[in-house]
Ligand binder design. Sequence first.
Ligand code: S3P
Length: 169
Amino acid sequence: MANNSVILIGFMATGKSTVACELEEKHGFVRVSTDEMIISKVGLSINDIFEKYGEEYFRKLEDDVILELVNALKTSNKNYVIDCGGGLAMSKNFHLFKVVSKVCFLDTAFEVILKRLADDTTRPLAKDKAKMQNLYGMRYDLYKKSCDFVVNDDNLDIIVKNILKKVTK
Ligand code: S3P
């Protein structure tokens, strides 16, 4: 098991995918996106999975993806960066991640998220902005409790530098 892996959690549009790509491209991490895993397993977009099978089914797929990734992290000597869907930290299996990796919460202000998602059509839970704000409020403390460290910055280089400092310690 490599010990420089990092699991990125946080609300939609907090930059998890951007940070994960940067860690992959510039720092040799193996990047995995839980949403991409689910999309390729089911063969449908996230919107279509929600529409056809419902959110509960999507959450069950997230539970399974965690088990799969925990095994991968346990048996690999590579450093992973896991880009988690925004609701993954709420999974009953999430605590298993903490045994195999450090967890980083990308903490972005709701106003910034709102701007980034203004024209988004790919996320089923970002369609109704009032409901989204409510969800943000409900999840915020849980993100904080679920992580080993928080990164709160809007500069990609600084975010990456802070993460590397924490995971290579
Ligand atoms: C979700 C976040 C999305 C995706 C799905 C549900 C959520 O991922 O997993 O639409 O519940 O917050 P991103 O955080 O990458 O947008």
